[in-house]
Design a protein around this ligand. Structure first.
Ligand SMILES: Cc1cc2nc3c(=O)[nH]c(=O)nc-3n(C[C@H](O)[C@H](O)[C@H](O)COP(=O)(O)OP(=O)(O)OC[C@H]3O[C@@H](n4cnc5c(N)ncnc54)[C@H](O)[C@@H]3O)c2cc1C
Ligand code: FES
Length: 368
């Protein structure tokens, strides 16, 4: 019978589960080149422990670069069926501080702090048994974790896996996907390239994914669950294409790597805030010690949004208490924080807060 993996891959008895509250530091065991600008980093816990997660989830890592603490999310590209290590697969982003540091400086034996696996972008718990994965660039990672998991469990999961790359030299996991497809015929990878690479003429589908190509590669796509991850314009184009082709969008799932989709929520907050100013709500003073600025924050506005409106740059990513990017030290004052797992209890006890999901209950002093 076609069965997707269980919601949480159980850790075998006799093994210890990795407990990020107790030991949140991981050691890099190996670094592998995937393409000219993509590397995989394989991590293990410091003590004998096994990871427990669902394929498609991500972790937030903490980096100390140039005297600054920076957080970035990375999808776990390895499957839960290989629980002794986790892998992340990182594409170099031109000018990006973290991806370039990982590629140029980070090596086997070095350590990183990280959070518990998070995220909902997974087929785990689905009752469907036919899938269409569509990825662009580094957006391949969650699909790869799901496909590796299906392969390890010898599932007959019927996976059509379309990956779009610029050239054949940019196809991530090409050999491994072809190998899995050759050994398990229910895994069907198809690559689409925009152009040839320097040393290889691309004989397969060319250009961008459009409805004509989709109908050719996967004529029964309307009867599948579709999972999409890639650059924002790519995801937008795919969404419009399948919606326009009459796909039932309740079976359509997507993951964004830059949380662009959440800016709409931030926008709504700005509208809310404008309304707030017209109603008699309490307004608190928020002092940012590093920038030396004090701003006003109405009681129903997040501190992050108040900072943004005043032109103070606080690093943020998801704007929903998930990724930990906006984590800051609160020197004094009280907050009402409703996070979604991006901060640990011991950090809250130590006076830290996620400014994207925290509203003031008093005047505040924040180390930013
Ligand atoms: C849930 C989640 C999962 C993620 N998983 C992965 C993953 O598996 N592999 C991976 O390589 N990255 C992944 N990312 C992106 C990653 O967190 C970083 O944003 C990325 O590595 C760039 O970091 P940076 O500090 O070098 O550049 P940043 O300062 O973060 O980004 C510089 C600029 O590049 C854009 N950008 C960010 N990521 C990309 C990208 N992948 N392609 C093109 N433009 C980009 C940003 O929007 C920004 O404009 C994920 C992000 C999220 C939110
Ligand atoms: S921006 Fe992601 S937790 Fe605040």
């Amino acid at each position: 019978m076609d069965m997707p993996e269980p919601k949480i891959a159980p850790v075998p008895t006799g093994y210890y589960r990795w407990e990020p509250e107790e030991d949140d530091v991981l050691i890099c065991r190996a670094v592998r080149n995937e393409t000219h600008d993509v590397k995989t980093f394989i991590f293990a816990p410091r003590f004998k422990r096994q990871f427990e997660f669902v394929s498609g989830q991500f972790m937030t890592f903490e980096f100390e670069i140039g005297g600054e603490t920076i957080h970035r999310c990375y999808t776990i590209s390895s499957p839960p069926s290989r629980p002794d290590t986790i892998s992340i697969t990182v594409k170099r982003v031109p000018g990006g501080p973290v991806s370039n540091w990982l590629h140029d400086e980070f090596q086997e034996g070095m350590m990183l702090r990280c959070t518990v696996p998070m995220g909902e972008f997974s087929w785990a718990g689905e009752t469907q048994s036919k899938y269409l994965f569509i990825s662009g660039g580094s957006g391949i990672t969650p699909m790869m974790a799901m496909t590796r998991s299906a392969f390890d469990h010898a599932l007959i999961a019927d996976i059509e896996f379309i990956h779009a790359a610029r050239t054949p030299a940019d196809i991530i996991f090409r050999e491994e996907l072809e190998f899995m497809g050759a050994r398990n015929h229910s895994i069907k990878p198809t690559f689409i390239c925009e152009d040839d690479s320097k040393f290889e003429r691309w004989p397969g589908y060319r250009g961008r994914l459009d409805i004509a190509k989709l109908e050719m590669i996967c004529p029964d796509f309307r009867s599948r669950s579709i999972y999409v991850c890639g650059p924002a314009p790519f995801m937008k184009a795919v969404r419009q294409m399948v919606k326009g082709a009459g796909f039932e969008m309740s079976r359509y799932f997507e993951e964004s790597f830059n949380f662009d989709s959440f800016t709409e929520e931030a926008q709504e907050q700005i509208v809310e805030a404008t309304e707030v100013i017209e109603t008699p709500l309490k307004v608190y003073q928020v002092e940012f010690t590093k920038t030396g600025r004090t701003v006003e924050c109405p009681e129903n506005l997040t501190v992050l949004e108040a900072a943004r409106r005043a032109g103070i740059r606080v690093p943020s990513s998801c704007s929903k208490g998930l990724c930990g990017t906006c984590k800051s030290q609160v020197k004094s004052g009280e907050l009402d924080m409703k996070h979604s797992g991006g901060i640990r209890q011991r950090e809250i006890d130590a006076g830290k807060a996620l400014l994207c999901c925290a509203k003031p209950l008093s005047d505040l002093v924040i180390e930013r």
